[in-house]
Write a protein that binds this ligand. Structure first.
Ligand code: XMP
Length: 319
């Protein structure tokens, strides 16, 4: 793609100019955006870049391993893998307010990046895969009054106390353009085509209190849902599909006994930039098969519902 080839060259020059001989820390989230940012910056400044993958324990099934493999084996880009599950779960314990959950997670990321920066003798810059819609949506809601809908963990600048400056080479791009750039940079199609996954991870897909147990339950349900979507050949037709674990228990019956377990919500939307979205119209048969599998295979869930809300008025994530 000619345009992306040009964008790549322009950005590489800009990154070199901005960074000089400084050191950069790049936080990888497991998503496409931060991966593309990291590969681009690595191309610009090589080993002045240190990539940090913070595993907050809020990843989907097998996701952490996939990220580590991509960077270490495919790109040979050095990667620090921080296992921070305990820190995040401890900080989230007892918290049910969506904005407080988001703010805690954003702050904990910054703390860990600072810690990694100290370990390499200080870093001058923090790189993020912030996209244009992230910038807009954190500031105001499209066409509406200027209010914050959600604090994106990767937007909003850095705390005063932090001396790192931001490098955000994707700030002008929309998701489809980031995917083009990812292909241009040689990222594998399977990675480039991945559905978006939010930085705060499963924490914002578990309304109410987040615990390890609830993350484990959600990971299983989510994996079944995505497995069925892939099996049906629908993955690429959908912008984003995921399961949500509700803080509501309902009564059910399994065999000859009563159950009293959590409700699982399923969400799937089409979109081009995440700013507006339509509900994906699955066949009834597809959804009932997924519901049956989840209730049969995931202990802790006895009821499955499908979210029929477009954006607006809904948002894509539930928190
Ligand atoms: P919402 O829920 O606001 O989501 O309709 C729009 C798109 O943004 C993703 N999202 C995030 N991505 N950090 C991210 O990197 C965040 O804090 C965050 N919150 C939402 C969401 O998954 C959807 O693709």
């Amino acid at each position: 793609d000619w345009t992306m080839a040009e964008f790549r060259e322009t950005k590489i020059a800009e990154i070199r100019e901005q960074v000089g001989d400084g050191k950069v820390i790049c936080g990888l989230s497991g998503g496409v955006d931060s991966a593309v940012a990291a590969v681009l910056i690595h191309e610009a400044i090589g080993d002045q870049l240190t990539c940090v993958f913070v595993d907050h324990g809020l990843m989907r099934m097998n996701e952490a391993e996939q990220v580590v493999t991509l960077f270490r084996d495919h790109y040979n880009i050095p990667l620090v893998h921080v296992d921070a599950e305990e820190k995040f779960l401890a900080g989230l314990a007892g918290e049910t307010d969506p904005e407080k959950k988001r703010k805690f997670i954003g702050g904990a990321f910054i703390d860990l990046f600072e810690e990694e920066a100290r370990k390499i003798g200080g870093a001058d810059f923090l790189a993020q895969g912030t996209l244009y819609p992230d910038v807009i949506e954190s500031v105001s809601f499209t066409g509406g009054p200027s209010v914050t809908i959600k604090s994106h963990h990767n937007v909003g600048g850095l705390p005063e106390r932090m001396n790192m400056k931001l490098v955000e080479p994707l700030r002008e791009l929309f998701k489809d353009e980031v995917r083009d750039l990812g292909r241009e940079l040689g990222l594998p199609d399977i990675f480039v085509g991945r559905h978006p996954f939010p930085g705060p991870g499963l924490a914002i897909r578990i309304p109410g209190e987040v615990t390890k147990e609830r993350c484990d339950i959600l990971r299983k349900a989510d994996a079944i849902y995505l497995e069925e979507i892939r099996r049906a050949g629908l993955y690429d037709a959908i912008w984003q599909a995921f399961a949500v674990l509700l803080p509501v228990k309902t009564v059910g019956v399994m065999g000859d006994h009563r159950t009293y377990d959590s409700v699982c919500g399923l969400r799937a939307v089409t979109s081009t930039d995440g700013m507006t979205a339509d509900v994906y119209p699955f066949d009834a048969g597809f959804l009932s098969n997924v519901a049956t599998r989840i209730v049969n295979e995931v202990k802790g869930i006895n009821r499955v519902v499908y979210d029929y809300t477009s954006k607006p008025p809904g948002t894509i994530e539930w928190e």
